[in-house]
Design a binder for this molecule. Structure first.
Ligand code: NAD
Ligand code: ZN
Length: 357
């Protein structure tokens, strides 16, 4: 399928299908340099497939460090120098092939080199349905993730489902966390659909019908981002599950979307305690579902809530000393509320008891 973003202007196409890679040729710049920067692991897995589709085209290739490792300032410097030594011009184009980390890194290179180059995103993970949309690009600083960045929209997103064949289970679960988050932002019906199609990890890793759910996730994110590109209001709802999730991810090093899914669970407990939306039954059903999918809930037993809380306090979306969390108030209504340390600690010990039940 092919659809377009829905910004007021400067829209770009999103192509989402098997063998979408073959479409890249229509987006290359003629008589200019087109440079692919590809996650080295993705290259290793898919070298033959890439050659088959892109072998005839005039493209340069640069393999880059896989995953999050590329999002470092020192690496940004070395790849910037390398690209500049290729005599790129303002008309050159970068093409990112990889997961969200690759897209963030290459997008940031594109936003800064020569004050801005065009770039194309070719996502290879489920999670990247989230990161490839919305125009945020960036790298990490030693004090926190994504603190050095820019807003820079791609020229096109070419989402080839073929790449997903080699995704490890942990990355499937991680991406599914963000898909599920988008379903929550959409309302109950989407969540039920997901639970019906993927009742356990066995069905999830088959990824049947995944294109329609990726489209749902992309459209949900787009709708919010178009309304609030620079995060003044409703875009904050995309942070659902992320306040606690980021703390847990940082301290335990579990995958981003797995931490987000556990963050959504934590949000549900806070929600119940504030009598906003969830109740014991809905939490119980959700915990069982996460167990069916194999989310690492046991990590909660090893996590130190004091350290998680300290990390939550550092979130760049906080105001003053209070923690701001996205909480659900109705089937598809959300609010941002201050949550106190006492409330966080109480919810955490409750969560521990619930998952060990
Ligand atoms: P990732 O790029 O780190 O990929 C995860 C792992 O999967 C890596 O080890 C990678 O080498 C491997 N991989 C990628 N594609 C593969 C494939 N097809 N087969 C086998 N292995 C493959 O991360 P991600 O989970 O895709 O995304 C997380 C990143 O996205 C984080 O850096 C996060 O900050 C960022 N992000 C950005 C935004 C945004 O709006 N810009 C939104 C959400 C997340
Ligand atoms: Zn996220």
């Amino acid at each position: 399928m092919k659809f377009e973003t829905t910004y007021k202007d400067n829209n770009y196409p999103i192509i989402l299908k098997q063998n979408a890679l073959a479409e890249l040729k229509h987006y290359l710049k003629e008589n200019e340099q087109n440079i692919v920067l590809i996650d080295q692991d993705v290259y290793r897995y898919h070298k033959d497939y890439i050659k088959e589709h892109l072998g005839q085209l005039d493209i340069k290739y640069l393999t880059i460090m896989s995953g999050e490792a590329c999002k470092q300032l020192s690496y940004f410097e070395s790849i910037s120098e390398k690209l500049l030594s290729l005599n790129i011009t303002r008309q050159s184009q970068l093409i990112a092939i990889g997961g969200g980390a690759t897209g963030d890194f290459v997008g940031f290179l594109a936003s800064t080199l020569l004050r801005g180059l065009d770039f194309i995103q070719i996502p290879t993970t489920l999670l990247a349905h989230d990161s490839a949309i919305g125009g945020k690009v960036g790298i990490n600083a030693s004090v926190g993730k994504n603190l050095i960045g820019a807003f820079h929209r791609p020229q096109a997103v070419i989402y080839d489902l073929k790449f997903l064949d080699t995704l490890p289970h942990v990355e499937v679960r991680s991406g599914y966390g963000e898909i599920y988050k988008h379903a929550i932002l959409n309302g109950e019906a989407e969540q039920h659909k997901l639970m019906d199609v993927y009742p356990s990890i066995k069905e999830l890793v088959q990824l049947e019908d995944i294109a329609s759910f990726l489209k749902m996730g992309i459209e949900t994110k787009l709708k919010i981002v178009v309304e609030d590109e620079f995060e003044g209001g409703v875009r904050k709802h995309l942070n659902l599950g992320h306040t606690f999730g980021h703390g847990l991810e940082y301290l335990t090093k579990i995958a981003h979307g797995e931490a987000v899914m556990i963050g959504i669970l934590f949000q549900k407990v806070i929600n119940k305690n504030k009598s906003l939306y969830d109740n014991c039954d809905s939490i119980f059903i959700f915990i069982n579902y996460l167990k069916e999918l194999g989310y690492p809930l046991n990590i909660i037993n090893q996590a130190d809530i004091e350290l998680i809380f300290d990390y939550m306090k550092k979130d760049k979306k906080n105001i003053g000393q209070t923690i701001q969390m996205v909480l659900q108030t109705g089937e598809s209504s959300f609010t941002i509320e201050s949550v106190s340390k006492d409330e966080v600690i109480k919810a955490f010990s409750e969560l521990k008891a619930l998952i060990n039940d």
